[in-house]
Design a protein around this ligand. Structure first.
Ligand code: ACM
Ligand code: ZN
Length: 740
C-alpha cells in the first residue's frame, strides 16, 4: 500500500514538474523526472569547452544571485555539479541516425547534478538559457536576493531551433541608444535565444558609425537641431540631439554579442534614407532641382547613382565597416527610395541612357548589383529590404528581408533568394499594441497574439527547396516614437520579442497561443522583471454596462487599480475588486500594476459617455490643408478624423477655432498629432484664447503636442500658434475636447 502511494506520489511530482516547464521559447522535447537538484555552496562547475566564455557567462549570473561560489573543477565531478559537455560527436553527421542539430542541446537535471550537452558552443549556451529559466526568476537580478530555495526539478530537455536565423532589428538613427543600452538589449535577446542582431545604423535622422575616412558623417551627420545640418525631428526640438559609436565601441559590442552567440548584421541604409549623408557630403546627392519627398517627407536624401565617385566612397565606407563586423552578411537597406531624385538628375538620366534602362527601378537594381560586387570583394554577402527584388535579378547569395508582407517573402523565395520573414503586421514593434495606445498603425495593431501567430513558412504552397530558403524570422523596432516615455524601448519590444523567439525556435505543432500566454503571464513576467525589462503589462478591458463599470482582468491574479476622478491610477489607488455602480463612468481610469513598479496603459471604460461639447465652429488658418485630411475634420467632433497640413509649419503659422456662440467650458484640451500616436504634433508653439474674439490671452506652450486651457468665462475663440519651425514635415490637429 505504501509503495503504491509513493508511486502515485512520485508520478504526480514528475507530472507537475513537466507542467512547471514554462521555458520561452518552448523546448521541443521535455521529459519530467523524479527528484530535484539542489544548488548549494559546494556545487561545482565543470566545462570541457576550449573557450571559457559559456562557463564564465553562467557563473556571472549564478554567483551574485545565489551567493554560492560555484567553484570550477579541473575534472568532471561525481556529484553536485553543473557540467557543460561539448563534443562534435553529439552532432548530426551523415552516418548517424540521431544527433543534435546546430545550436541544439540536451539539458539533463537529476538529483546528482546538471549536464548540458551540445555539439557547438551555441547549443551549450541555449542549454544554459533553459536552465536559467527553470531556476527562480531572481537568478536574473544580478544581486543577492535573499531567496533560499535554490533548486530545480529533475528533467531532461532535448531541444534545437526550427530556424537558424532568429533576429531582432533596432533602429538607432531616429532615436540614439548608447553603447550600454545596446549591450543590455543584446543581453535580453540572448535570454530569449535570439541569435542575430540587425543593427540599423544609419538613416535620414542620423549616421551612427564612425568612419575615419569620412569624419563629417559623424561630426555633422550624427547630430540634429538648431545650427546642425540635420533639422530637429520627432520632438528633439531646440536641443542638439544625436550621438554615434566609435569603431572601438562597435568592436566591443560585437565581441560582447559574440559571447552571447549573437551575430551582429550591420545595416547602412542606401541609396535612400540617406539625408544624414547628403547633408554632410552634399555632392553625394543628385543634381537637378528635385523637390520630391520620401515617404517620410525628406527631400534630397538619395545617393546619386550616376556619380561614379559615390561608389568609391561606398567602397571605402564598406572597407572600414567589414573590419568591425565579422558577419558574413552586410545589409545595405534598399527600401523606400524616392525616385524623383533620380528622375530629375542629369547624371542618373545619362546612366540610364547609357545602360539602356527604361524604368527607374532598374537604376535601383544597378545600384544594388554594384553593392553586391563591392561586398563580394570583401568576402561578404549582401542583404537588403524586399525592394531589392525590383528592377532586375540579384546574386543568388543576396538575402532579402521581407518587411512589406508575407507575399513579398514568398516572391523572394520563388525568385531563389534566401529570405528573412519579418512582415510589419506581425514583426514591427513600432506598431501599437492596442487601439488607444501609443504607436504606429499603418501595418495594423500588432498584439502579442498577432506576433505569436506568424508562421514564417505558413500555408503557402512552397516546394521544400523554396521553404528552405526561408532562413528565419525577425522582429524590428523603428524608433521615431521612442524618444518618450522612458523605457518605451522595453515596452515595445517585450513581450512581443518573446513571441517572435518562439516563432523562430519552436516546432509549429507545439505552439498554442493560450498556453504561451499562460507561460508569459505566470512565469515570464517575473523573469523579465528580474532581467530588468520594463515590459508591457496588459491593461484590463473596462466596460460601462447597465449602470456599472466592469473590468476584465488581463489574467486572474492581475492587480488592477482605478481612480474615479480622471487622474491616472497610482500604487496608492484602490485595487479593483468587482463592478462599480456609477453615473460618472467617464471619470474612471484603470491600469494593471506589476509588483507596483510597472504600470499598464491607463484605460477608460469603453462606451462610457464623455460629455464633450460640440459647438458650431469656424476654422481660420494660415495652413494649407491636405485634401485627404481637410480642415472640416476638425469641426465634425468625430475624434478619429483629423486635419493634416500640406507642409511643415513655421513661426507665425496659426489655426483659430472661432465659435459661433461663446462656449462655457471648464476645460478645453487641445491635442495635436495623429490621434493616439502624437506623431506630427506641435513641437514649437503655444495656445491662446479669447473671450471676445479680438483680444487673446496667451496659454501654455505645447508639451508633447498637448495644451489644456481652463477658461474663466465663456470663450469665443481658441488659437494655436507656431512659435518656430516645427519638427514634423507636416502638422496634424485633432478636434477640441471641450468639457462643460
Ligand atoms: C522599412 O520598414 N522601410 C524597411
Ligand atoms: Zn543622380
Amino acid at each position: 500500500m505504501k509503495r503504491v502511494f509513493s508511486l502515485i506520489f512520485t508520478t504526480f511530482l514528475a507530472l507537475s514538474a513537466a507542467a512547471q516547464v514554462s521555458v520561452i521559447p518552448k523546448p521541443n522535447k521535455v521529459e519530467a523526472e523524479e527528484g530535484r537538484f539542489k544548488f548549494d555552496n559546494n556545487t561545482t562547475l565543470f566545462s570541457n569547452e576550449k573557450s571559457s566564455s559559456n562557463l564564465e557567462y553562467l557563473k556571472a549570473l549564478l554567483v551574485p544571485a545565489t551567493g554560492f561560489s560555484f567553484n570550477t573543477t579541473k575534472e568532471g565531478p561525481a556529484d553536485n555539479y553543473i557540467v557543460l559537455d561539448l563534443s562534435e560527436q553529439y552532432g548530426i553527421d551523415p552516418g548517424k541516425e540521431n544527433g543534435l542539430p546546430k545550436e541544439g542541446y540536451i539539458l539533463d537535471i537529476s538529483a546528482k547534478g546538471i549536464t548540458i550537452k551540445a555539439a557547438d558552443g551555441a547549443g551549450i549556451f541555449y542549454g544554459i538559457q533553459s536552465l536559467l529559466q527553470l531556476m527562480p526568476a531572481v537568478v536574473y537580478s544580478g544581486r543577492s536576493s535573499g531567496h533560499e530555495d535554490w533548486s530545480v526539478a529533475a528533467l531532461r530537455i532535448e531541444d534545437s531551433p526550427r530556424f537558424g536565423y532568429r533576429g531582432m532589428m533596432l533602429d538607432v538613427s531616429r532615436t540614439f541608444f548608447d553603447a550600454a543600452t545596446v549591450k543590455k538589449y543584446i543581453d535580453w535577446m540572448a535570454y530569449h535565444k535570439i541569435n542575430k542582431f540587425h543593427w540599423h545604423l544609419t538613416d535620414d535622422n542620423g549616421w551612427r558609425v564612425e568612419i575615419k575616412k569620412y569624419p563629417l558623417l559623424t561630426s555633422k551627420g550624427a547630430w540634429r537641431g538648431p545650427g546642425e545640418v540635420l533639422s530637429a525631428a520627432f520632438g528633439s526640438g531646440k536641443t542638439r540631439y544625436g550621438g554615434f559609436y566609435t569603431q572601438e565601441q562597435i568592436k566591443d559590442i560585437v565581441a560582447y554579442a559574440a559571447k552571447r552567440h549573437i551575430e551582429i548584421i550591420p545595416e547602412i541604409d542606401l541609396p535612400g534614407h540617406s539625408k544624414a549623408v547628403t547633408a554632410s557630403y552634399p555632392n553625394v546627392a543628385c543634381d537637378g532641382n528635385d523637390t520630391g519627398l520620401s515617404v517620410q517627407g525628406v527631400g534630397q536624401n538619395v545617393w546619386c547613382v550616376g556619380k561614379e565617385a559615390n561608389f568609391h566612397m561606398l567602397e571605402n565606407i564598406i572597407k572600414e565597416m567589414v573590419k568591425l563586423f565579422p558577419s558574413k552578411n552586410f545589409h545595405i537597406g534598399g527600401d523606400e527610395v524616392n525616385y524623383t531624385s533620380w528622375d530629375n538628375c542629369p547624371h542618373c538620366q545619362a546612366l540610364m541612357k547609357k545602360e539602356g534602362m527604361k524604368e527607374h527601378d532598374e537604376l535601383l537594381n544597378y545600384f544594388v548589383r554594384r553593392m553586391e560586387a563591392i561586398l563580394e570583394k570583401q568576402g561578404k554577402d549582401m542583404s537588403g529590404w524586399d525592394e531589392i527584388l525590383e528592377g532586375g535579378k540579384l546574386s543568388p547569395n543576396s538575402r532579402v528581408y521581407a518587411w512589406r508582407s508575407v507575399a513579398k517573402g514568398i516572391e523572394s523565395v520563388t525568385k531563389g533568394q534566401p529570405t528573412i520573414m519579418m512582415p510589419g503586421e506581425y514583426c514591427y514593434f513600432d506598431m501599437k499594441q492596442s487601439k488607444e495606445e501609443r504607436g504606429h498603425n499603418w501595418a495594423g495593431i500588432v498584439t502579442l497574439e498577432k506576433s505569436y501567430s506568424l508562421d514564417p513558412i505558413g500555408t503557402a504552397k512552397l516546394s521544400s527547396e523554396q521553404a528552405n530558403l526561408i532562413v528565419g524570422v525577425q522582429g524590428a523596432l523603428w524608433t521615431e516614437l521612442l524618444g518618450w516615455p522612458v523605457r518605451f524601448i522595453d515596452y515595445q519590444t517585450y513581450p512581443r520579442l518573446a513571441a517572435i523567439a518562439e516563432v523562430g525556435w519552436t516546432k509549429p505543432e507545439l505552439k498554442e497561443w493560450g498556453e504561451f500566454y499562460n507561460r508569459v503571464v505566470s512565469s515570464h513576467f517575473e523573469r523579465m522583471f528580474h532581467m530588468g525589462i520594463a515590459f508591457r503589462v496588459p491593461p484590463p478591458v473596462v466596460k460601462f454596462e447597465q449602470g456599472a463599470v466592469k473590468a476584465e482582468l488581463p489574467y486572474p491574479w492581475a492587480v488592477v487599480r482605478y481612480t474615479s476622478d480622471e487622474s491616472n491610477p497610482t500604487v496608492h489607488s484602490p485595487v479593483y475588486r468587482g463592478e462599480i455602480i456609477t453615473d460618472k463612468a467617464h471619470k474612471f481610469r484603470f491600469a494593471t500594476f506589476y509588483r507596483d513598479e510597472l504600470v499598464s496603459q491607463v484605460v477608460k471604460p469603453e462606451n462610457a459617455e464623455y460629455k464633450y461639447l460640440k459647438p458650431v465652429t469656424t476654422i481660420i488658418t494660415s495652413m494649407a490643408e491636405n485634401p485627404k485630411f481637410p480642415v472640416k475634420n476638425l469641426v465634425d467632433y468625430k475624434f478619429e478624423t483629423y486635419f493634416r497640413s500640406e507642409k511643415k509649419i513655421v513661426a507665425g503659422d496659426y489655426l483659430t477655432y472661432l465659435f459661433d456662440e461663446p462656449v462655457k467650458a471648464k476645460r478645453v484640451t487641445i491635442e495635436t498629432g495623429i490621434p493616439n500616436i502624437s506623431f506630427y504634433g506641435i513641437t514649437e508653439g503655444y495656445a491662446e484664447y479669447s473671450y471676445d474674439g479680438t483680444n487673446y490671452i496667451r496659454g501654455d506652450d505645447f508639451v508633447r503636442g498637448t495644451v489644456v486651457i481652463y477658461p474663466q468665462k465663456a470663450v469665443k475663440a481658441i488659437r494655436l500658434v507656431a512659435s518656430d519651425t516645427n519638427d514634423g514635415h507636416i502638422l496634424s490637429l485633432q478636434d477640441l475636447r471641450i468639457e462643460e
